[in-house]
Design a protein around this ligand. Sequence first.
Ligand SMILES: C/C1=C2N=C(/C=C3N=C(/C(C)=C4\N[C@@](C)([C@@H]5N=C1[C@](C)(CCC(=O)O)[C@H]5CC(=O)O)[C@@](C)(CC(=O)O)[C@@H]4CCC(=O)O)[C@@](C)(CC(=O)O)[C@@H]\3CCC(=O)O)C(C)(C)[C@@H]/2CCC(=O)O
Length: 222
Amino acid sequence: MSDTGAPARLYDYERDPAAIYRQSFAIVREEAKLDRFPEDLREVAIRLVHACGMPDIVGELSWGGDIVSQAKRAIGSGAPIFTDVKMVEHGIIRKYLKEGNEIVCTLDDVRVPVLAERLGTTRSAAAVDLWAERLEGAVVAIGNAPTALFHLLERIAEGYPKPAAILGFPVGFVGAAESKDALAENPFGVPFLALKGRRGGSALASAAVNALAAGLPEERAT
Ligand SMILES: C/C1=C2N=C(/C=C3N=C(/C(C)=C4\N[C@@](C)([C@@H]5N=C1[C@](C)(CCC(=O)O)[C@H]5CC(=O)O)[C@@](C)(CC(=O)O)[C@@H]4CCC(=O)O)[C@@](C)(CC(=O)O)[C@@H]\3CCC(=O)O)C(C)(C)[C@@H]/2CCC(=O)O
């Protein structure tokens, strides 16, 4: 151990956080095919690739409506951000939310298990019913549960208020691809960003919010 308490340098690896970010984003820009994206979506795509290490996901990103400007406007005006799971909630970098937006995950609300039982669905889906009052103009980030995304679309079809933007990143083998197809085909005019197919996950949903809130962290070590 050195005087500073740092361990002996056994391995040669990058230790400077700013340099790590710089190198990482340079590699993403080199390896990801970003030509088909409008300028404002490019940095969201870059941040998503950065979060999962898979440049080829850009081929499966789909979007509709004025997703970037609508989501940025909602975040910039302090709208709440609803998430299906706590993992998404915790991945959102709060200091990027300059208006102190509330991040709301209702999965653990005491009413949810009873509601899920009554509705005959998952807890993640039932938790969506507790968003209704504040959904208008909000941002929704779904990173895990296909049933939550399907349920949200069903409720909007029934007349729930429309969010400003839906970020759809459910992951897995049962319902994930289908829920994102339904989002992409939504007839309600809600702007969306989705990663089609089986891939997705909470980290990606959080990264999408972080990109929309603050762009890329290339120049800062955060
Ligand atoms: C079917 C479910 C799937 N979960 C996946 C992947 C992961 N889930 C994790 C954790 C910790 C949680 N998953 C729940 C949301 C739980 N997962 C489900 C449900 C049974 C149904 C959701 C659906 O199909 O739409 C769901 C329970 C529910 O009733 O809604 C979770 C609430 C379970 C729990 O704690 O009781 C919990 C969320 C915790 C939180 O708030 O953050 C994993 C970390 C599990 C793991 O790998 O160890 C992982 C995280 C993936 C991610 O990036 O978010 C799938 C793969 C999405 C799967 C659905 C699809 C499938 O093909 O099976």
